[in-house]
Design a protein. Structure first.
Length: 185
């Protein structure tokens, strides 16, 4: 008799739970779905962005024909950007790429693919040109780096290496690995 009572109690609980789950499922079907897509929320054309330092001096400037902002991540995609980093003395260093990604806080700029970097000649410094790939720029420290092959020309000097670290504020280039240099007068 006790077994029969337990069986009927379990059947009753199962039927009750099934009804409750069915009602919950119906309610969730009627509720609007929340979507968290990484679709762009806005796009600007012909963008010129100048970032100032705490002292009021220009830190860097970005020009791009188009910038697309993504709501969820807060990141921005730039098409054919040109980026200038201003030095205390001398002309700015200019970075060219086919595209770039800027993090939400603007602390990191990633330039995937081919990247060209130019520092015009000034005073006793020869023109510096750097050709590489996949450069990451840390805007707060003004350091650009890559682990990809690098080809640089500094006046009569031709340099090749694996990777680089470029101080954008000082205009100095550090080549950490497998460096080859030739001097062409």
């Amino acid at each position: 008799m006790l077994r029969l009572f337990v069986v009927f109690a379990l059947i009753g609980v199962t039927v009750g739970l099934t009804g409750w789950l069915h009602d919950l499922h119906q309610e969730l079907q009627r509720a609007p779905a929340m979507r968290y897509s990484n679709a762009p929320d806005y796009t600007f054309n012909d963008v010129v962005l100048t970032v100032m330092g705490v002292d009021g001096a220009r830190s860097y400037r970005i020009e791009a024909p188009r910038i697309t902002h993504f709501a969820v991540s807060g990141n921005a995609a730039l098409v054919v950007p040109r980026i200038w980093f201003f030095q205390g003395k001398g002309p700015p260093l200019e970075l060219h790429a086919r595209r770039a990604w800027v993090t939400a806080a603007g602390k990191r700029i990633w330039l995937p693919g081919k990247v060209d970097i130019v520092r015009p000649s000034y005073a006793n410094h020869a023109r510096l040109t750097v050709k590489t790939r996949n450069v990451t720029v840390f805007t707060n420290t003004e350091i650009a780096s890559t682990n990809a092959p690098v080809a640089a020309v500094n006046g009569y000097q031709r340099l090749k290496s694996m990777g680089m670290r470029l101080n954008l504020a000082a205009g100095t280039l550090n080549l950490p690995s497998r460096v080859r240099s030739t001097y062409v007068p």
